[in-house]
Design a protein around this ligand. Structure first.
Ligand code: NAD
Length: 425
């Protein structure tokens, strides 16, 4: 089948760059669908809801027509699903967005269509959840009449080097011939990265989940080391730098005030739960989650110790929390440890002011944020904080700095007579 019309469902951090990459390929008629009217309006006015330079510049100079009308999906040959895969409050995977997006496209699946899931899911999701919906709704046979594929996205928002065009991809389908066809389609817009065909849907699903659980476990390991080294008075930051000069078999990960975002803090729960249905207990993954979820609390402990050193109590003290987003230089606050730190500090009676140049509700002026603050907690290593804070500290009333990202010059701050505590530093 010749692919002529393509739909991207979900226009967020993953879907919007994909939509733009497909438009730039100038090979297909492309439908960008998202269920949020607000998002549709913003995108069609040329405003990008995400901090992605390629998307921002494309939307500025090209008129696009994103939609939330189901009938616009009529006639599409490929449906690329990029909807969220969150967890509920009890960490149980929430498949609702995937299920509703599948139901949305089902009426338009015909012989020869490709359904491609890019959202991160546990192995088995495509065959156990998506396939039954599509076969029931269409009366067609998946794997012969139409294809179900998984091509997990690996995009890293805010990354200047790695983007949708040059990150290698893995793709798996129900049948080899269908996989070949859909992989060739991906090669038309993934212009610089490789598109690797794997032998099954389950392998494709497993690749992404093990990439993210690998990160979670390694971060948990250094977060545990940080706590032990803080007791022993060893600088983990310096230790990691020194260990990293081994030319092989060492890969540094860095401790911090918590793991956030829509991927690493969430995806492990999908694998933990799916394996448990088959009777397997992923102890290692659970323990990693527990350690990483404990880091905001550990950061508050560091603050309490720092305040103790200067004879202050947290109650009534003005604390500037610097950074709300879960990672530097973007405004994504999903699952951000800063939110937990903010909530807990408020509960403990601190007077909190929150600074983040990328987040709407936060103070944008760093000098204003730290004015009159007695303590600072750096929760995100935004460039504005790394470059601007030290000079402001000299003229401030700050007595304690908690560097939750180990991104400041410890010796310089100590020389100013300020108590400095990092995470393992
Ligand atoms: N953000 C990342 O860095 C990243 C990287 C790689 C993979 N992923 C994975 O990609 C998936 C999407 O993540 P994201 O960060 O782009 O999410 P997002 O929240 O930024 O975007 C999701 C979009 O889907 C829309 N949407 C939600 N439910 C819908 C539905 N039923 N029908 C149509 N549209 C719907 C939302 O309005 C939004 O536009 C997740 O599984 C995530 O784990 C994310």
């Amino acid at each position: 089948m010749r692919i002529k019309k393509v739909a991207v469902i979900g226009l967020g951090y993953v879907g919007l760059p994909t939509y733009v990459a497909l438009l730039k390929a100038k090979t297909y008629e492309v439908v960008g669908y998202t269920r949020s009217q607000k998002k549709v309006d913003a995108i069609n006015k040329g405003q990008s809801p995400i901090e992605d330079e390629d998307v921002i510049s494309y939307l500025k100079s090209n008129k696009v027509k994103a939609t939330n009308k189901q009938q616009d999906l009529k006639g599409c040959d490929v449906f690329i699903i990029c909807v969220p895969t969150p967890v509920k409050d009890d960490y149980v995977p929430d498949y609702e967005p995937v299920i509703s997006a599948t139901q949305l496209v089902a009426p338009y699946i015909k012989k020869g269509s490709h359904y491609v899931l890019e959202s991160t899911v546990n192995p088995g999701t495509c065959e156990e959840i998506i396939l039954p919906i599509l076969e029931k709704e269409t009366g067609l046979k998946a794997g012969s009449d139409f294809n179900i594929a998984h091509c997990p996205e690996r995009i890293n928002p805010g990354d200047q080097k790695w983007n949708i065009y040059n990150i290698n991809r893995n793709i798996g389908s129900l049948s080899k011939s269908q996989n070949k066809e859909i992989a060739s389609f991906y090669r038309t817009f993934i212009t610089k990265g490789q598109v690797n065909e794997v032998n099954s849907l389950k392998v494709a699903e497993a690749t992404k989940i093990i990439e993210n659980t690998f990160r979670d476990i390694n971060i948990a390991y250094v977060n545990e080391l940080a706590q032990s080294f803080d007791i022993m008075g060893i600088d983990l930051h310096e230790t990691l730098k020194a260990s990293s000069n081994k030319q092989f078999a060492f890969m540094p990960h860095y401790p911090g005030c918590g793991v956030g975002g829509h991927c690493i803090a969430v995806d492990p729960y999908y694998l933990i739960r799916r394996a448990s249905l088959d009777g397997f207990n992923h102890q290692f993954l659970k323990y990693a989650r527990e350690i990483n979820n404990g880091m905001p609390g550990y950061t508050i402990q560091r603050l309490l110790l720092g305040l103790n050193d200067v004879g202050l109590s947290l109650k009534g003290t003005k604390v500037a929390l610097l950074g709300l987003s879960y990672k530097p230089d973007i405004g994504d606050i999903r699952e951000s440890p800063s939110l937990i730190i903010e909530k807990e500090l408020k509960k403990l009676g601190a007077q909190i002011i929150v600074y983040d140049p990328y987040v709407k509700r936060a103070e944008k002026d760093l000098a204003k944020a730290i004015k009159n603050a007695k303590a600072i907690v750096v929760a995100t290593a935004h460039k504005e904080i790394k470059m601007g804070l030290e000079s402001l500290l000299k003229k401030s009333k700050v007595k304690v700095v908690i560097d939750g990202r180990n991104c400041l010059d410890k010796e310089k701050i100590k020389k100013m007579g300020i108590v400095y505590k990092g995470i393992g530093r």
